[in-house]
Design a protein around this ligand. Structure first.
Ligand code: RP5
Length: 198
């Protein structure tokens, strides 16, 4: 599931001990995105969920190209066993808000970095929901995708000790990496906490 290319800092998920290779099991987190072009960003959410042992599904659902599919997906998600939806979109990013309008499940929005406005358009489109229909909005790009997955794991982990244990192990690991590498001129290779510039 990883899309990290050579030379890039690996996703934090690569450093979570005991990470499973796939996402087997009955999906409890749904990862949707407006376009195949969002996968480069949203794959980091998928990788992180897989590493934490969170069963998930991932698919393209476009608010403006497949509005009926979006409604169907959001309306049936809870009955299919989904407990959290992560929705990533860029530009006029209405996917997370429209999804949240059709389900009372928690929806976490990831603003995908757009070419024209570097994701500021995506961020403002997702974060500025009027009162009454919330979308928990994360940072632009990879950091947001990773954090959406960590937040989703915290939500479903509240009632699943195995997932919570993996999440807490990830937190311990990234803390240790900082403590073990205090010299700022010698950064640790593959720093799991660093997503700067992405
Ligand atoms: C949005 O428009 C998608 O979420 C994507 O970020 C953006 C561009 O989509 P494509 O033109 O690459 O399909 O709907």
């Amino acid at each position: 599931m990883s899309s990290t290319s050579a030379g890039e800092t690996p996703s934090p998920s690569a450093n979570i001990p005991g990470a499973p290779a796939g996402h087997a099991g009955h999906a409890i987190v749904g990862v949707i995105m407006g376009s195949h072009s969002d996968w480069e960003t949203m794959s980091h959410a998928a990788d992180t969920l897989a590493a934490l042992g969170v069963p998930f599904e991932a698919r393209v659902v476009s608010a403006h190209r497949t509005p009926d599919l979006l409604f169907h997906y959001a309306e049936t998600a809870r009955s299919r066993g989904i407990e959290v939806i992560i929705a990533g979109a860029g530009g006029a990013a209405h996917l997370p808000g429209m999804c949240a309008a059709k389900t009372s499940l928690p929806v976490l929005g990831v603003p995908v970095q757009s070419k024209a406005l570097s994701g500021l358009d995506s961020l403002l489109s997702i974060v500025q929901m009027p009162a009454g229909v919330p979308v928990g909005t994360l940072a632009i790009g990879t950091a947001g995708a990773v954090n959406a997955a960590l937040l989703a794991a915290a939500i479903v982990g509240a009632s699943r000790p195995d997932i919570l244990a993996k999440l807490e192990e990830f937190r311990r690991t990234q803390t240790q990496r900082v403590l073990e590498h205090p010299d700022p001129s010698v950064p640790p290779s593959g720093n799991p906490a660093s997503t700067s510039g992405r």
